[in-house]
Structures are given as structure tokens and as C-alpha cells.
Design a protein around this ligand. Structure first.
Ligand code: GDP
Ligand code: IMO
Ligand code: MG
Length: 423
């Protein structure tokens, strides 16, 4: 069987967790392919809200198997907390979750290096979640990393020590004042490693390929968003992995010709947390309203998310890179009540109108060109069919579909599983 792929098209937090949960009943396997505990994927049902970090968003379903793929970086300490958080729901997690031996481990010193690197950058900081993501992927590509499979080796502790010692030297190089107690952090780390060992480690690429041959259905779950991709995002203000479709091939061992549907998720407006350019960012009352009504605070760091109008130039770019076949529009309900809505259809780039996403989108180079829409006033959160929706919203949706040339198949009107409208 082919696999389907779900990923974010903006700067993350589009609502991926919610939709993976909604779609899981159609799949045998849910597989995370990149990122790590920088992600916070929110699911809401039965009046309870869950935020998942490393564990795939299919975990609340009875039958689906959840895989943490080789492209993911795992912090055993965060992972242990996630498992503990799920304990009260009486699920048999061990029978529903497996981890690739080739996934890399985030060491306590990776987190310290992240903090040191950010502190040394001053105003130019990335705005990292400080979870050690960048340093861990650096060790991976630098061929110094420690993988989950290494936990099974006799010399795991020595390997750990060698790398942690090297990191301590590197922290000194940054010449910034980072306070830490490594002994305590290591105690917590090794305790968490014991918890991690309770989950089965597998050769996930083999498992996935066997499952495909056996006709099983697979949904690959992306983290972050396409504009945070290390190659195609707003570099250097990006994360350190390929968040785009190609990341599913390298992060799970799925061949490109085995991927069928690519579900692209976007918010009806745009948010960004952390530093970096954001052409349609709002600094006025409209932006404040989006942040307040949309409760735009990071699910991992609690930081306020920057908000702005929908940017179709950036969205089309992301759709193109990922080969998106179906779009899903999230948080349409948050735009209820605006008298006028704006959508960016072109950039004024160094004095010329352009329709593509250029190398440099800093504000000094790019000014958005907007098309205005009449807003809608109705509350969408209780609606259950597309027919009920206000005409102004339908016009907004149809304009996006025509511009992007890909259909919007799901319109989400609230955080709950049930607030999901098929179009
Ligand atoms: P993810 O990282 O892509 O999974 O997204 P996050 O969970 O970080 O952020 C999305 C936030 O929006 C969460 O708090 C969700 O509960 C919430 N959410 C998702 N879809 C909708 C929607 O259609 N309407 C509203 N109001 N909230 C939504
Ligand atoms: P989910 O999966 C939103 C952002 C950070 C920072 C940059 C680099 O929940 O959509 P990192 O910690 O990776 O070094 O941070 O990327 N970022 C996210 N923003 N959602 C996420 O994940 C993010 N993961 C990282 O804020 O700007
Ligand atoms: Mg999130």
C-alpha cells in the first residue's frame, strides 16, 4: 500500500495534531518522521486537551500503531514526561508505540549547547525552543551522534561520556554565562533512558516496508512547518530538519513513489513563534485580535505567537515543494467578526510585483500586496456542514483554491475533533 503524508505549510502550529487524530481511524500506522520535542501537537476530545511532543498523534486510538521514525530526535527526559502524562488515561502504550533504532538522542549537553549558541547570537538569535534540536542534528550530520540503537550496546555509557565531554568543551568556547548542574541533568537522563527501554526499539524502515507490502495503510506525521524547513524555509530562522515531503522519505525509509496523498495544513491566517521574517505580520489591533481570540501562545514554550494575514505567495511555494494534493484550512472560526479580511497575493519585491517566494523576504525587500475580502460575522464553531457556512467564508475559500490550484477538503472550526467539516 502507499503511504499518505500530512504536513504543515506555514511556520508550524497549523493544527497538525488535531487532523492526524481525526484521520487516524482510517490508518493502521501513524509515523512521525522528523523534529523532536520542539513540536507541540494539540488534540482535543471529550473535553480533554492533550499536547504531544515526540509521540505520534495517533496514540489515542485503539488499534493504530505509532512509530517514532529514524528522522526524529528524542529527548528521553521529555519522552518520559510525555509517557507519564498519558498514564492516567489507562492506555497500553507499549503495544501501540515503537521507536526506530536509528533515531538520534538529545543529550542534556545538546540542550546546553542550544542555550549557549542562542545566548551568543544576541539579537540575531533564532528564537529556538531550546530543546537541543539544532545541536543534535549537527551531531547527526557531523557523524558524532548517539542513536537509540546505541542504548543496546555495552559501551553506551562510554559513548555518552565522550560526547558529553566534548560538548562541555564546546560550551566553554561560546564564552557565555550558562548556569547548569550537569550531574543532576545526567541523573535525570539515565533514569529516563531506563523508561525509554520499556518501549520496543525496531528497525523501522524494515517494519514500514513490510507493513506496506502487507497492505497496511500509513499516515506520516510532520512536525514544524514548510517555512521552517532547513533548506526551503526562511534560513537561518528555521529548524534543523527537512519538514517538507522529502523528510518523510529520509525520516522513515519510505520511497517517494510509495507516497500518495499529501495533506497540507494551513491556518486561515498566519502565525510564527520565534525570530525571522514574516511579510504579512500585523502590529495593529487586527493582529492583537487574532492572537487573543486564537489563543496564539506556543504549546511548548508559552511564547506569544506573532500573527498576520494569510500569505498566498508563501502558501503556494509550500504547496509546490511538497506536492500537496489536498488542503485543510484550520482556525477559520478565529476570523469571524472581522469586517474586512486581507490576503497577500503578491509581493512588492525591491519595487517590482512578484508572485514567487524570493531568496530574501526581509521587510526591507518585501511589502505584501493585498486583496481585500468582506468578513463574516457568524460563529462557525457549532457548524457541522459546509452548506451552513457564510457566503463570505465560501468566497474566501474559493479564492484560495483557485489561487493555489488545490482543493480544500477539510475546514476546521474549533479545536475539538468534532469541529471538523468535510467539504
Ligand atoms: P500543531 O503543532 O500543528 O499540531 O498545532 P498546535 O497544537 O501547536 O496549535 C494549534 C492550536 O490550535 C491548538 O491549540 C489547537 O487545539 C487549536 N486548533 C486547531 N484547530 C483549530 C480550529 O479550527 N479552531 C480553533 N479555534 N482552534 C484550533
Ligand atoms: P510544531 O510541530 C512552531 C520554531 C522555533 C524557532 C525555530 C527553531 O508544534 O508545529 P528549534 O527549537 O527547532 O531550534 O527552533 O523553529 N519552531 C516551531 N514553531 N511550531 C513548531 O512545531 C516549532 N518547532 C520549532 O520557535 O523559531
Ligand atoms: Mg505546535
Amino acid at each position: 500500500m502507499t503511504a499518505d503524508l500530512l504536513l504543515g505549510l506555514q511556520w508550524g502550529d497549523e493544527g497538525k495534531g488535531k487532523i492526524v487524530d481525526v484521520l487516524t481511524s482510517k490508518y493502521d500506522i501513524i509515523a512521525r518522521f522528523q523534529g523532536g520535542p520542539n513540536a507541540g501537537h494539540t488534540l482535543e476530545f471529550d473535553g480533554i486537551k492533550h499536547v504531544l511532543r515526540t509521540i505520534p498523534s495517533g496514540i489515542f486510538h485503539k488499534t493504530a500503531m505509532n512509530i517514532i521514525g529514524n528522522g526524529v530526535v528524542i529527548d528521553p527526559v521529555v519522552f518520559q514526561k510525555e509517557i507519564e502524562g498519558l498514564a492516567k488515561f489507562n492506555m497500553d502504550i507499549k503495544s501501540k508505540l515503537i521507536i526506530s533504532r536509528k533515531a538520534h538522542l538529545i543529550l542534556p549537553t545538546h540542550r546546553l549547547l542550544d542555550a549557549a549558541s542562542e545566548a551568543s547570537k544576541g539579537k540575531a538569535k533564532i528564537g529556538s525552543t531550546l530543546k537541543g534540536i539544532g545541536p543534535t542534528y549537527m551531531d547527526k550530520t557531523g557523524r558524532n551522534g548517539i542513536r537509540v540503537g546505541d542504548i543496546e550496546l555495552e559501551d553506551f555509557n562510554e559513548r555518552y561520556r565522550v560526547l558529553a565531554n566534548k560538548h562541555e568543551e564546546m560550551i566553554k568556547f561560546y564564552d557565555v554565562n550558562i548556569q547548569y548542574n550537569l550531574d543532576e541533568m545526567e541523573k535525570e537522563f539515565f533514569e529516563a533512558i531506563e523508561e525509554l527501554k520499556k518501549i520496543e526499539f525496531i528497525d523501522s524502515e524494515e517494519y514500514i516496508n513490510q507493513a506496506q507490502r502487507a497492505g497496511k495503510t500509513i499516515l506520516c506525521e510532520g512536525a514544524q512547518g514548510s517555512l521552517l524547513d532547513v533548506d526551503f524555509g526562511t534560513y537561518p530562522y528555521v529548524t534543523s530538519s527537512n519538514t517538507t515531503a522529502a523528510g518523510a522519505c529520509t525520516g522513515l525509509g519510505i520511497a517517494p513513489n510509495k507516497i500518495k496523498e499529501v495533506y497540507g495544513i494551513f491556518k486561515a491566517y498566519v502565525t510564527r513563534v520565534g525570530s525571522g521574517p514574516f511579510p504579512t505580520e500585523l502590529f495593529d489591533e487586527d493582529g492583537e485580535t487574532m492572537a487573543r481570540v486564537g489563543n496564539e501562545y506556543g504549546s511548548v514554550t508559552g511564547r506569544k505567537r506573532r500573527c498576520g494575514w494569510l500569505d498566498l505567495v508563501a502558501l503556494k511555494y509550500a504547496v509546490q515543494i511538497n506536492g500537496v494534493t489536498q488542503l485543510m484550512m484550520m482556525k477559520g472560526d478565529i476570523l469571524s467578526g472581522f469586517s474586512t479580511l486581507k490576503v497577500c497575493t503578491q509581493y512588492n519585491y525591491k519595487g517590482k510585483a512578484i508572485s514567487h517566494f524570493p531568496y530574501n523576504i526581509e521587510t526591507e525587500n518585501v511589502t505584501p500586496i493585498y486583496k481585500e475580502f468582506k468578513g463574516w460575522q457568524a460563529d462557525l464553531t457549532g457548524m457541522t456542514t459546509y452548506d451552513e457556512m457564510p457566503i463570505e467564508l465560501k468566497e474566501y475559500i474559493e479564492f484560495i483554491e483557485n489561487y493555489i490550484e488545490v482543493p480544500i477538503k477539510i475546514v476546521s472550526v474549533g479545536p475539538d475533533r468534532k469541529q471538523t467539516i468535510l467539504k
